[in-house]
Structures are given as structure tokens and as C-alpha cells.
Design a protein around this ligand. Sequence first.
Ligand code: ADP
Ligand code: GLC
Length: 473
Amino acid sequence: MKILMAASEATPFAKTGGLADVLGALPVSLQARGEEVAVALPMYRSASPHLKDSERVYDGLAVTLGNTTWVCSIRRLIHRGLPFFFVDCPALYDRDRLYGEAGVDYSDNHIRFGVFAHAVLAIMRGIFRPDVIHCHDWQASLIAALIATKFRLDPTFYGIKRLLTIHNLGYQGLFPKTAVRELGLSQSVMHPSSMEFFGQLNLLKGGIVYSHAINTVSQGYAREIQTEEYGFGLDGLLRSRARDLSGIVNGVDYEEWSPEKDRYIATAYNTDDVSAKQICKRDLLETFGLPATHLKRPVIGIVSRFATQKGFDLIEEIADQLAREDISLTVIGTGEPRYEEMFRRLAETYPDKIAVRVTYSDELSHKIEAGSDMFLMPSRYEPCGLNQIYSLRYGTLPIVRATGGLDDTINERNGFKFREYSGPALLAAIRSALQAFKNPERWQELVRNAMQCDFSWNASAAEYSALYRRMAG
Ligand code: ADP
Ligand code: GLC
């Protein structure tokens, strides 16, 4: 089948989180299964260095939204054996970041992703007509809504099925109602049965209402988002679409994330020789400026966007007690200033135990995966979560809160979990991990179990293939 994926991130072109990892790997895996797949992305500044061999396949594409006309071109790059289409419109995408700077979203994000949506429709009309248009998150949701409303009588799109994957219900693409006119949408979308949401325009809601099928990135999260606690105000709508809503857990690109071939880590290792992991641990401690004399202490790692979603308020609550344990903590992340400050403060208070890098670095994130003994993800909610799955392959045992994809992927044979969202529950889970670490035989068995877990994309890609076929009837 022909599948066109539309998304706002994909490695190696643009990344802020796990969405990019998924778009970098799932299409390749689907293609390997015999699907014909293409991916559409905005051409951000971070993509430019990769596009030297790209070809302009469409010039002078004019997108008129409200009173403004944006002229774009489309570039095609064959990457990992499949076409990636980049929507080139420097005024909108050639910026320092993907969505905003210094904690503030770009004020024209609705226009940026509105133009992107129209450009994807142009790709579907003239370059790649898919059987399924597979949209990811709010940034691509407008594509489904446009086809089902504004272009419902356009025969070009007849028969094309629309799938929305929700990677995170916490980000819905909410804009003031003036955006309706600015996006050239009909005022009729400002109705509760359409894209209206408490007086605002909700792009993700448009994706949910106007797609034939919807999925999320774990079965647990697919259930959770139908509850008030996790539904972010959309649980009623999602319950009403329950028949068309499913969960497919993300996979891992083991070419990128495996200690046997990781280009960033001090030495390669595998299940037969886990002792080499100690070399990575020493390297990690040195890199983070922690005393290597503490090699015997367990190292706990964190790699994360610093967002409320990730449960850092629990870490704040227990930090002083945690620092009294015989541990080292290495952290890399960026995001909300509140958590950046919190981690900086902790590193200053406990300099021989806690080290923090407030930055984004692929290299350091891989070093943490390999050099840590344990990996901490106490998320408030987690649609799938990738780092806990990466950690498994590195023999770095996850300590997670039992929610969403964390609950689905971690069990007592490969890690540690706690359910209640509270500091004491988190501390108890960490302490049971520390206890287990003291028993080398038990620990080695857990490490072996973890490293043997297989989350390669193949199985999940097969589920997507099956879903596309069900949709196509
Ligand atoms: P989310 O998408 O919610 O951020 P995931 O666990 O699905 O969470 O994926 C996070 C991805 O982003 C992983 O590939 C992780 O390594 C990466 N990542 C997050 N923060 C950083 C950072 N500061 N530096 C490098 N990589 C990061
Ligand atoms: C989102 C979620 C994360 C998920 C990722 C990829 O960013 O927060 O849990 O793993 O998307 O699907």
C-alpha cells in the first residue's frame, strides 16, 4: 500500500523528542515489509545540512491563508531508501528552533502548520497519492480536517483513508478563534462537534474528529486517554471514537540504540560481556565530572525534556533523601526553566553525587544510557516513552511510574515500578532498586533479562500494516 506520513519531526532532520525517533524508524521498517512509504516534513533550519543531495520537485507552490500568500517549494530526498518531502518556506521554518524559543511558542505556529498542511495536500495531488495519509500529532492534524471539510468535494482525495497517531494528548495545538479566519477555515469548524474547544480552535481535535482511525503509542495510553484523569478534556470525544481507537507500542531502532554498535560510547558491549559496561560507567562519571572513585556506587541516569509530564516534581520532593543514599545521579535535559533551575540547584548542593547538563546532546544521552546502572522516569503520564526501552538494551534498569507505555514495557523481571504518583512511592521504588543492586547475582539476572527484551520495530510495523489494511477495507 502507499502510505504518506506527515509529521513535524524525524531524525536526523529535526528532533525535540521521541516523535522524531518514531518517524526516523517506523517508515523504514514499513518499507522493509513491502509498503511504499513517503514522509513529509517542514524544512527547518536543522534539516538543511542534510539536504545537499535533495532535488526540487515542486516550485512556486502558492498557499493562500486568509489575506496572505505563502510561496513554497518541495524538495525530495531519498533517505534510507524512501522519499522524504520537505516543505521549504524559509519565512516560516528557517528558524533556530522547531516550535518556539526561550520557553515561548512562535506566535504564528498555526500559520506554520497550516501552510505545511496545505503543502502536504499538494504533495498528495501532484507527487505522491497515498492510500492512507498518516498524520502525527496536532501539527499534522489539519490535513485530515481540511480533506474532510474544505476539500470534501475534491475528487483528488476520494478513497484516501486518514489515520491520526496521537503521540501526546498534552499538546493539542490550541489557538484563539481568530486563527479560524487566518487559516482560511470556515466558521462552521467552531462547533463542539468539530474543532471548537472551550472557545478556542483545537487542531488535534480536528484530527480526531476527521480521521477514519486513531491510534496512540501504547495500549495502556489508548485506555488512559479515555478517562477524565488522562483525557485533557478530550476523553469524551475519544470514548465516542473507541471503536476506531487502538494502541500500538513504539519500537526501537537498534541500529541507533544498541551498546554493540553505539558510536558515542567508550566501548562496545553485549550480553556476553557486560563487564565492559564498567568502562562506559567510568567514562560517564568522568564526562560529568563526578568522582570515578565512586565506581562501585550505582549510577542513576535521566535523559529528558524537562516538562511537567515527566514527574520531576516528585524528584524535587525526595531529592534530599535521595542524596543521602550511596548513589550518583547524572542528568541531561532542557525545557521548563523551573526544572532547569531545580536540577542546577541540586548539582550545586550535592556536587560529588549529582551532575547535570542543561543542554541537548545526542552524545551525552547515549553515554548516560550506557554508563548508568539505573534509568529514572517517574512520569505523571507517558504515552509510550522510549528511553526506558533503550535502557533495557543497555542493561540499565528502568525505574518507572506504572503509567501508559512505561507500565506496558517494564515489569518486575526487567526493572522497577511504582504506581501512586507520590514522592514516597518513588523513593520506595528507587530503594528497592538499590537493594537489588547490592545482590550482584540478582542484579546480573535482571540485566540479562532486560538486555534480551526485543522491541524492534518489526512487530509494531506489522500492526500498522494490518491497521492500514483494515482501514482500506
Ligand atoms: P518524549 O518524546 O516525551 O520527550 P520519549 O522517551 O519518547 O519522550 O523520547 C525522548 C527522546 O528524546 C529520546 O530519544 C531521548 O534520548 C531524546 N532526548 C530528550 N532530551 C534529550 C536531551 N536533552 N539530549 C538528547 N536527547 C534527548
Ligand atoms: C511523545 C510522548 C512519548 C512517546 C513519543 C513517541 O513525545 O511523550 O511518550 O514515546 O511521543 O511516540
